[in-house]
Every structure is written in C-alpha cells, then in structure tokens.
Ligand binder design. Structure first.
Ligand code: ZN
Ligand code: ZN
Length: 426
C-alpha cells in the first residue's frame, strides 16, 4: 500500500524538524548570490554524504548531485535551487541576513544579499526528503537523484548543470519534480497541468543621442527625452497590440542616462523585462519592442540605430499533463482538498523546465504556500492581497517555518514514492 509506505517514510519527520529548522535559519542567515553558492553547496553536499548518497559537486559551477541507488526500478529526479538575490533584507527576523557580497553581474559592485525568493526553503525541503527516503530505503526500490541547482535567478543554472553532465550519472528519469514557496497560506499545495509559469525575455536597449551642454539642446539629440518616449510607447504593446484574452507583461525596470543636470548625455540604457505564456505572443511582443525602439530613435533623429541585446531568457514552465494530474490526486489524498488545490497562472519564471527537456522526461513543478494563513486570508478578504502580502523577491518576504518546512518535505516524499517502485519482497 502506497499510503503505508508514505506513513513509514514520513514517520521520521517530526524528530527531523528541529535539525531542518536549524539548517533553514543557517542558510537564510548566510545567503550567497547566483553561482557563488560555495558554502551553501558545501553544507548541502555534506548532509547528502552523511545520509549515504553518492555525491558529485561542482556541477555547472556550484551545483550538487546526490545519487541513491536502491535496487531496480525507476529513476526519480528531485530538484531544489539554492541561490539568493541582491536585496537588503527588511524582515526584522532574528535570523535575518546582514550579508553583503560583490556582484560580478552588476559590474563588481558590493550589494546586500538575501534569500528573498525562498530558495533556502527549497534546499531545506530537499535535504529533509533525501534524509527520510534514505533512512527508510526498505520502503522503495529505484534510484533517487537529488539536484541542488545554482544560478536559478540569472536563468542559466539548470542549463549549466545539464551541460556539465548532471543527467549522465543514471538512466533517464521517469519524472523530474520541483517546487517553489509562494505567498500563499502555509501548508497549501498548488498544482497546475500544462503551462504554470511565464517565459521571460530580459533585454538591454542602448539608445544613442548626441550629447552637449544642458543650455543648448538645439545642438544635441537628447537621449533622456528619447528614452522617456520609448518607455511610454512600450506600454502600448500590451494595451493596444495584445488581445484581452492573451497575457503579457512589459516592464522597463531600469533607465540609466546622464551624469549631471547641465549635461545632455550621449546615450541612454534601458533594461526591459517581458513575460509571456505562449510563443506566438512572445514573438509579437519582441517584434513590437524592436519596431517601437527603432521607430522612436528614427523619429528623434538619433545618429545611430539603437542596439538591443538579450540579458537573459527563461522558457515557459510547462507541466506534463498526465503526471501533474496523477500528482494532484496524490496530494489531495495526502493533504486533503482543503490544502491541495489548483494553482493559478504565475507570471514569474523558472529554469526548472531545462531538466525535463534535456532528459526527455515528464516534469512537474508545483507551488507551496509559505505565509501565515491568518494574514493571507485577512488581506484577501479585505481585497488587499497585492498591497499587504509581500511576494517573492520582496525585502519583506518571510516564510513562516511551520507548517511550511514540513509541508515541502511531505510533498517531495509522497511525490517521489508515487514514481518509485514498491520494494520487491524477497
Ligand atoms: Zn526568484
Ligand atoms: Zn525562485
């Protein structure tokens, strides 16, 4: 009986929780930026090793793979990302981060660092699940792959691990599984077959003008005015070119132009973030950006055409329909319909999909609520969810430890057991 196997594996969870709580607080207090997760990786690898896993480190930079070969049967890949963000933590938690680090991707500037996306929770969940599944290995048969992935926030960590051979240590997985903590009530588990999360295209646009004295605009082509015009015109893509039944987001997150009030600059640099859920919509939005930027530059009399380069790109996160429906049934059975429910479309992006795509295996990514249930439901009831509930990447994002910690361990264990074989009775 699967239910008995679940109960047997999860029986050790309560006594493991204090240790997981300690690991979580430690990871939260010591966040590391994308591809700089050296200490994080070391701590996670040491725990895998203690639990009896064959451990491979340094995959795709700082990635870690744990392999537990436990007899014949399917291969199941569980993935957690481990990197943090350049955010100044303002949660006021006793275990809040005060870390600062050099951000190579931001030109070597010193930045504050925070686990503002909850990847410390993901790493702790996977550590808990790998420990329980190793301890109760007489309850299943097959091979377990535990992947701790670096560099998710910059979009290249999963691809880097794949390029570095993370999938070459075992046969093709029967399924690839992953999860993310979100600003929903702690203990809730949300699944969605098909497309769950958006594709991201991040672009850098350099607009060329002709600089000069702030008092003599007639001698210049002012890139500040050109940039302002581009920013406003880009807003017409979603409002005027995308149907009401389709979804897209176009955000200009950064504008840099000029050094002083009395100087007209030579150029302006914009950074644009695009979210879409369907390839035809994505292509239309990107083409519209190129058209508008080129047209505005020409209208301003720019001396050179603008340059548009890709900063990063995430694919759509799309869940295998059959595997997700199976999993939704398993979660409903284990957590009950009050806690296991359908997920909405998410405009955030993930590079999790790279593993399933590279392996040619079905993959499922789901969401686990991590915030105080009372606060979330009160905010929702007051129509103030968006205003009052901090989301991932916010300086105030602070998952509650219970029952968030145990929920994310349980999801991984019951999901893995759904695909791992029952032990052969010998
Ligand atoms: Zn994130
Ligand atoms: Zn994340």
């Amino acid at each position: 009986m699967t239910t008995d196997r679940r109960a047997a594996v999860l029986a050790g969870l309560p006594e493991l929780l204090p240790e997981l709580e300690e690991l979580y607080r430690d990871l939260h207090r010591h966040p590391e930026l994308s591809f700089a997760e050296h200490e994080t990786a070391r701590k996670l690898a040491a725990r895998l090793s203690t639990a009896g896993y064959e451990v491979h480190t340094g995959i795709g930079g700082t990635g870690v793979l744990g392999v537990l070969r436990n007899g014949p049967g399917p291969v199941v890949l569980l993935r957690a990302d481990i990197d943090a963000l350049p955010v100044q933590e303002r949660t006021g938690l006793e275990y809040a981060s005060t870390v600062r680090a050099t951000d190579e991707s931001a030109g070597g500037h010193e930045v504050p660092v925070m686990h503002a996306c909850g990847h410390d929770m993901h790493a702790t969940w996977l550590t808990g699940a790998t420990r329980l599944l190793a301890r109760q290995r007489d309850q299943w048969s097959g091979t377990l792959l535990a992947v701790f992935q670096p560099g998710e926030e910059v979009g290249d960590g999963a691809a880097a691990m794949v390029r570095d051979g993370v999938l070459e240590h075992a046969p093709t997985p029967a399924v690839v599984l992953g999860q993310h903590v979100v600003p929903g009530p702690a203990g809730w588990v949300l699944t969605r077959p098909g497309v769950l999360m958006a594709a991201t295209d991040a672009l850098r646009i350099v607009l060329h003008g002709r600089g000069g004295h702030g008092s003599r605009p007639e001698t210049t082509v002012d890139p500040a005015v050109l940039a302002a015009s581009v920013v406003l015109k880009l807003q017409t893509i979603v409002s005027r070119e995308i149907a009401a039944t389709e979804q897209a987001v176009v955000t200009v997150g950064s504008i840099r132009v000029g050094t002083a009030h009395n100087i007209i600059a030579d150029q302006a640099t914009l950074e644009v973030n695009v979210r879409t859920f369907e390839e035809p919509v994505r292509e239309r939005v990107l083409a519209a950006i190129r058209r508008i930027v080129g047209g505005e530059a020409a209208a301003a009399g720019a001396p050179h055409p603008p340059e548009i380069t890709e900063i990063t790109r995430f694919p759509v996160t799309s869940n295998d329909e059959a595997a997700t429906n199976e999993l939704a049934t398993v979660f409903q059975d284990h957590f009950g319909a009050q806690r296991a429910m359908p997920a909405p479309l998410v405009t955030g992006s993930e590079d999790f999909g790279e593993f399933g795509r590279a392996a040619g295996a079905p993959s499922v990514f789901w969401l686990v609520g991590g915030l105080d249930e009372g606060e979330v439901t009160a905010a929702a009831a007051a129509g103030r969810f968006e205003q009052d509930v901090p989301s991932n990447h916010s300086a105030l994002f602070a998952p509650v430890l219970h029952p968030t910690l145990s929920t994310g361990v349980e999801t991984l264990v019951v999901a893995a057991l759904r695909w791992l074989d029952a032990p052969t009775v010998g």
